[in-house]
Design a binder for this molecule. Structure first.
Ligand SMILES: Cc1cc2nc3c(=O)[nH]c(=O)nc-3n(C[C@H](O)[C@H](O)[C@H](O)COP(=O)(O)OP(=O)(O)OC[C@H]3O[C@@H](n4cnc5c(N)ncnc54)[C@H](O)[C@@H]3O)c2cc1C
Length: 338
């Protein structure tokens, strides 16, 4: 591709990069999507789309198959606290299904895919050069360990304290609940999400070197899962910070713009919203930094507090308190599910 030929370069073809590319094409912008991995991309994820994510996908013309998610259930030592979403229904969607649906829509809209990795970023007053392409804007959608964030001088580093990681696996069993089940094991949270009539996903969130099989085996309610049908996948550390979500013509979207933790299962909804805001900024109708702060405020505040509680001696009180204070528990879930 010659230089100076697209409105938007998107670095990263994960769900948020694809959503950004679709959003930009729908707004009439030309797009080059730079992604080094070929084919359908899988990734460690709880695979729960919160209710607010579905309208954001619908406006992109994307409706991936999955299983309805009606709420959240916190479980510990035989006790449970359930909350049914008041704002709508979410969906458990296998990452490969989500990726295929977004990639097909992007191709249909004429998003040009470039098989490369962004390794340098040069900016001037009028544009950006990345992966040998010149664009008016660069959206960094290259995930937790974003190269674009670092190259744009926006990386604020990851804190050493309370480092948490995620590990996932799938099990070929019929889902037994339409709630996202969260099992609060002594040292990790284990999320069970229905994904298909014969498949559930299990995501473990916790400290480094937490053993997946040993942790799941210690939860009696999951004793029937049997052998996993997929290999372990991992991601982390979760906490990644950016100095700001943009600098000049470089805008960070999705996990690249900073991430707190998967404990509230929200990365996708936020990322899709950021894709929308980034395109509005490129069109001159929005202020990305201000709107990014607004859309991520609850995630940054509430998720940080929940992680703080989960990694403190108060951990054991989380499920009993959620049972004792259903109004508070429900209002927190609703704010994050919007
Ligand atoms: C265990 C776990 C459970 C989770 N559970 C949930 C959940 O239930 N619900 C939810 O909404 N969110 C959840 N999340 C968060 C969610 O997975 C992320 O927020 C989401 O994947 C972010 O998408 P993204 O496109 O920003 O980044 P990614 O999905 O990481 O995609 C980044 C892409 O960029 C590419 N890339 C990397 N470097 C470069 C480069 N230099 N140049 C070009 N391309 C590059 C990569 O190959 C990749 O394809 C969970 C996360 C984890 C780890």
């Amino acid at each position: 591709m010659s230089s100076a030929d697209v409105d938007v370069i998107v670095a990263g073809g994960g769900p948020v990069g694809l959503a950004s590319a679709i959003e930009a094409r729908l707004a009439g912008l030309t797009v080059a999507l730079v992604e080094p991995r070929e084919g359908v991309i899988d990734k460690a994820c709880g695979e729960g789309l919160m209710p607010g994510a579905l309208p954001l996908l619908a406006r992109l013309g994307v409706d991936p198959a999955g299983m309805p998610l009606r709420g959240v259930s916190y479980n510990a030592r035989g006790r449970r606290a359930d909350h049914v979403f008041a704002t709508g229904i979410g969906r458990g969607v296998r990452r490969t299904v989500l990726h295929s649906a977004l990639a097909a829509r992007a191709a249909e809209l004429g998003v040009e895919r470039v098989d490369a990795r962004v390794e340098s970023v040069e900016t001037d007053a009028d544009g950006v050069v990345a992966a040998g392409i010149r664009g008016s804007w660069l959206f960094g959608a290259d995930g937790l360990h974003s190269t674009v964030r670092r190259l744009a001088g926006l990386d604020r580093g990851a804190p050493r304290a309370r480092r948490r990681f995620g590990i996932t696996r799938h099990f070929a069993v019929e889902p037994w609940s339409d709630l996202i089940e969260v099992h609060w094991a002594p040292r990790a949270e284990v999320y069970v999400t229905p994904l298909a009539p014969d498949l559930v996903g299990v995501a473990l969130l916790g400290a480094p070197r937490t053993d997946f099989d040993e942790t799941v085996a210690g939860i009696p309610a999951l004793a029937h899962l049997g052998e996993s049908s997929t290999k372990l996948k991992g991601a982390g550390p979760f906490r990644q910070r950016a100095v700001a979500p943009s600098r000049g013509r470089v805008l960070l979207v999705g996990d690249a713009s900073g991430y707190v933790d998967a404990i509230t299962g929200e990365g996708l909804r936020l990322g899709f919203d950021q894709a929308r805001l980034a395109v509005a900024h490129a069109l001159g109708t929005g202020d990305y930094d201000r709107q990014w702060r607004r859309t991520t405020r609850d995630f940054r505040m509430l998720t940080s507090r929940l992680v703080l509680a989960a990694t403190s001696p108060a951990r054991g009180a989380i499920v009993p308190l959620s049972r004792a204070l259903p109004g508070l528990y429900g209002s927190v879930v609703e704010r994050l599910a919007r």
